[in-house]
Write a protein that binds this ligand. Sequence first.
Ligand SMILES: *Cc1c(COP(=O)(O)O)cnc(C)c1O
Length: 358
Amino acid sequence: MSRLIRAVIDGAAMRHNVQVIRARAPGARVMAVVKANAYGHGLVQTALALPEVDAFAVARLEEGVRLRERGVRAPIVLLEGVFTAEQLRAAGRFELELVVHDALQVELLAAAPQAHELALWVKVDTGMNRLGFRAEAFRAAYERLRALCAPGRQIRLMTHLAAADDPDGQMTREQLARFAAATEGLSGERSIANSAGVFGTVPVGGEWVRPGLALYGASPLPQRTAGELGLRPVMRLETSVIALRRVPRGETVGYGATWRAAHDAEIAIVAAGYGDGVPRSLPSGTAVLVAGQRVPLVGRVSMDMIAVEVTGLAGVGVGTPAVLWGADLPVEEMARAAGTIPYELLCGVSERVPLESA
Ligand SMILES: *Cc1c(COP(=O)(O)O)cnc(C)c1O
């Protein structure tokens, strides 16, 4: 039996992408964002495959702890910080850096004896309206943290861009102006750019960049392909054909009988479904690669299977390789067909899909 679904991870492509990011942000340090299981690429494997980055960023404490337990020594930033005294103690124990984005976190730090030892990033909300101190509250929070930190320890400054993928750049320029005004005169390294900020039309600067998606070789800009940006896809979601059938003209394929054969059709059943993270919303006609050829999805995505039409395609049999996305079929294309973004597809690769190194 041929091999069923797996996500093949190309570490060399990921390291190449780091170099492309460095070239776009000369002199900036790279904080590789590996939250959400490294966008589906495997948290620990990804961190271990990237010895050349300057830091890692995760969303949750557990992710940071896991990296430490698996021997990752680089700085690790908790992008959402901590929410309880217990989490704060764990962050100290595992030497995790904290983003401080609201007053409750300042209170937690003020009450913690180890606060002065922690490396802190203060987040300014410059218009995303998700996390961070609004400009008018930022200075007071900053001064409070300054007083808690050991003398000489720098507090770093960050913000997050809401629309860095917009070629117009208006919102990004407004956010940059607010960030500059809020942090004027303060020492401390700054971090502004996510992937779209690194590749977008407005230069955003900062001593640190925080790429996620671009590391994994997908384009953060809707109007540019990864290839145009010099990025190489890191994940290939690969599986194989598990059955072939001839569907007579007029019959339907799959749940809901949504696709009807307009002619006698050869249909390949491919072992990949929404149980693996293939979106159920994909319409008939979405491209899949079978034996390296683009073929159309037919009918609904099932939990464990999809059907594709391979009429007239030579050399397709049980065991023929099929690719949902990868270097020859960008994940961005399937994301668009599903009405979503590549982030959601990559993060959505489910636990039953084994990760393998290329
Ligand atoms: C997720 C995240 C990033 C990375 O974003 P990409 O668009 O994947 O590059 C950077 N900064 C923060 C605060 C994030 O939450």
